[in-house]
Design a protein around this ligand. Sequence first.
Ligand code: DGJ
Length: 722
Amino acid sequence: MTEIIIKDNLLHLRNDHISYIIYVLEGGVPAHLYFGKRVESLNPAAILRHYDLPTDGKWWPHNCALDHTPHEYPSHGLGDLREGALTIRQKDGTRSADLRVTGWEVVDGKPGIPGLPATFGDNAKTLLLHLKDELIGLEATLSYSLFDDVAGVVRSVKLHNASDAELHIERAYSLCLELPDSRYDLITLTGAWSREREMFRRPLVMGEQGVSSLKGATSLHASNMLFLARPETTEERGEAIGAALVYSGNFKASVHVDPGRNSRVFLGINDVDFGWKLAPGETFHTPEAVTVYSDSGLGGMSAQFHRVCAEHLVRGKFAKAPRPILLNNWEATYFGFNEEKLLKIARTAADVGVELFVLDDGWFGHRDSDDSSLGDWYVDTRKLPNGMRHLTDQVHAMGLKFGLWFEPEMISPKSDLYEKHPEWAIHIAGREPIQQRQQLTLDLSREDVQDYVYECVASHLREDGIDYVKWDMNRNFSNIGSALLPADQQKELPHRYMLGLYRVLEKLVNAFPDVLFESCSSGGGRFDMGMLHYMPQTWTSDNTDALCRCQIQYSTSLVFPPFAMGSHVSAVPNHQTGRITPIGTRGNVAMSGCFGYELDLNTLSAEDIETVRQQVKRVKELRNTLLYGDFHRLLSPYEGNDTAWITVSKDKSEAVFMLTRALAKSGTAPVLVKLRGLDENKVYTVLETGESYSGSELMNLGVSVRLPWGDAASVSWTLKAE
Ligand code: DGJ
């Protein structure tokens, strides 16, 4: 149960798992005292002494004290000379703010944030800490929500201009978290196209370190989250803290270690290419940041993030529903399809039990390659002479649902839309637009563009019997300028773009609650908690090579549960790596997510088709466990040749275990893998071998697994409790 205990200026937020403690110092400066495992009480003296602050209450004014105070929401440049979380430019051009506590409120539940994705839930309490800088008339509300079932805190900030002069926000991070030491490893996820979210772990050093994006999106290159683990922390044991941003645009995630070896963590909108004019009476909301704590290793940390995603972030009828097994035509045909070809692929898909046929890029305008037509969302009758409805009706008649690809945020210079509205592209007047993938980005900060984009998608959803949308986004920002924004607000464009996108998505998911949306961005270039609030699944990567996917899915699972990850079986040789892996391995790896196929099944041998049929049948039987069970990483592909994980149903009666070995090795014993998450008092039978083991044996001794012959060998077992 969450409770917020307030006594003698000590604000203690806690639930059964964690405590978060704020101390309002003399003078009203909110100091951060503690975030970690639940404590019954806390005497501020020890932590104040640690920071070399007076413990006798005579805190203010103390020489340079602000420079070593652990702050809740610091601003640089008055007494604190370190990097701050907030920078406000005032009418005289100076840029410091001095926020002091004016009061607080405790509210039941978790408030939303206007215009932004946010966590939700009734089993929460929220502390609203009100602050004000009297000199400049800036009011701030720091919001802290605790859910009963999450070992963590969700934070955001509201800024309000209560003065009669303009204020300019130059930086407003969502999270500042002060930690009283720096004995941590920093783990971040960075990568590239088809190599998303590689996991890097290194010790914190003095100074600044972290990851960021200025690409207008979370990006392929860095994820908007960071993790701190004690050097001795493993998957199962030790302390870990994770912070993830519920946002999809430019971000910064950093840790600053000061000379006292204390750490200050920041997470929020990147302040490069950000600014916000706050007119008198106006309010600005930061995105929210989810911070979790674990004393049971990185696995325990992921369990908290997975619960946030499952219970407090993903909405709508698909949040907990069995996701349809799909077949996507992209790698089967690329742009070269017609109705007949698509129907042939769909027919075989239906025959093996696939449930959803997805038509990817190339169905609109005159798009035979990626050089044209984005923005012209009308059917290309050269390829589909009978129109979209005719195609969807036929696919539906096969017993399949029908899905359609869009890339609504984009405009091709070669398009009718660009002829009509070149000013709708993000651009800088007088400069040659820089193209990526031969396209430009629409200026979604504009309401007319938002409305156009909404209507383009909505009209197809209304008229064409579409059950699923793949919402793609294949380039980043350049020539960052908007035709409508005045000069002193151009820096608002990247964030206004996100607000515009979220407005469109909110409208769409509300208007079409029966449509399943999957987010995509050149693969997993916008895999974040922001998009997940609108779309319950994200295409994890364009790389469908089973061995690469072991790594990508392994590290994606640090924050995201299997139900969030689109994962498909594709053809061999693999289109991204050229590697040939057995179809069984491809299936075993893809099963740990929203399962599907990305190939023309008609090209498979009879034997492989039979394997596909069995895979589809098995996923249908097990998908509740596979998608919504508890996911545990067992063997890391970042540390060796083997990847293993297990998903255990909530009642622990069923589990699916997967082990994949990259390179075959001769002369080695079978792998002995310790399983996790099972009921130690239950006896489990492995359906594939017929052997039975106690849960305690499987988790303490482990199970010995003999892999098939050859590279990329894999087993996937179903465990059933007796
Ligand atoms: C990038 C996506 O990641 C692919 O799956 C595919 O939809 C292409 N775009 C289509 O252009």
